[in-house]
Design a binder for this molecule. Structure first.
Ligand SMILES: CC(C)(COP(=O)(O)OP(=O)(O)OC[C@H]1O[C@@H](n2cnc3c(N)ncnc32)[C@H](O)[C@@H]1O)[C@@H](O)C(=O)NCCC(=O)NCCS
Ligand SMILES: Nc1ncnc2c1ncn2[C@@H]1O[C@H](COP(=O)(O)OP(=O)(O)OP(=O)(O)O)[C@@H](O)[C@H]1O
Length: 200
């Protein structure tokens, strides 16, 4: 029997940072952001649907998706975001479920699904427990601006396109506070692994 745990948070709250720590300990992580990139690769059916919905101008000269351009559209317009989500999310779920089944077959005892939009997309049915990686909003804004080289307005638009972390905190089984140094985050993770008796 494998335990399926959801790892969620907000944009730039530290999910990848925690995933990396879990990966080092041998745990299997299936990442929705990677899935979302895979399912829109050149030639993929979801990419054709995106072109039908947003026009050929959404492609780069080499035929790949212009992510920066699409980001500018969807993080500022809820209707366009819903349209994109409707195309990409079913393919993401399928991709993740296939990887999860593979991991179960390989005998993995704990499998983490890293899903930024776990609550927004009502995907809690896919997991048995939820870990939330939390940061205060000003830390989130600062780290996002820094990591992606975004202006304050652009970063705020991205944060506002998700449920506030303060709301997600109330729904999660456990919260990892990632405001402090990485060592502090890692110590909380260690404690949780031991408290829940998690094995890779
Ligand atoms: C709009 C796109 C092309 C922008 O690409 P970009 O390389 O700039 O960002 P990236 O994919 O690395 O996403 C970074 C973060 O943005 C947030 N985010 C992405 N898409 C969304 C969305 N539709 N709604 C809210 N937040 C989102 C997530 O926190 C994600 O971790 C891309 O995010 C995308 O295809 N989004 C739709 C698919 C999706 O919902 N992905 C999130 C996980 S399923
Ligand atoms: N404890 C920390 N102290 C300082 N910087 C951190 C810490 N944790 C993460 N960061 C930095 O903050 C940024 C966001 O972290 P990370 O990429 O792990 O977030 P994420 O939740 O996976 O983001 P996204 O959903 O956007 O992919 C990165 O640049 C990372 O290096």
């Amino acid at each position: 029997m494998s335990l399926i745990i959801g790892l969620t948070g907000g944009i730039a709250s530290g999910k990848s940072t925690v995933s990396e720590m879990l990966n080092h300990r041998g745990f299997k992580i299936i990442d929705a952001d990677i899935a979302a990139r895979e399912v829109v690769k050149a030639g993929a059916p979801a990419l054709c649907e995106i072109v039908d919905a947003f026009g050929r101008g959404i492609l780069l000269a080499d035929g790949n998706l212009d992510r920066a351009k699409l980001g500018k559209i969807i993080f500022h317009d809820q209707e366009q975001r819903k349209k994109l989500n409707g195309i990409v999310h079913p393919a993401v779920r399928k991709w993740m479920n296939e990887r999860k089944d593979e991991a179960i077959e390989q005998g993995k005892r704990t499998i983490f699904l890293d899903i930024p939009l776990l609550y927004e997309s009502n995907l809690t049915y896919m997991v048995e427990k939820v870990i939330l990686v939390y940061v205060d909003e000003e830390v989130q804004l600062h780290r996002l601006m820094e990591r992606n080289g975004l202006s304050k307005d652009e970063a705020s638009a991205r944060i506002s396109s998700q449920l506030p972390l303060s709301q997600k905190v109330k729904m999660a089984d456990v919260v990892i506070d990632n405001n402090d140094r990485r060592e502090n985050t890692e110590a909380q993770l260690e404690q949780l692994i031991s408290k829940w008796g998690l094995l890779p």
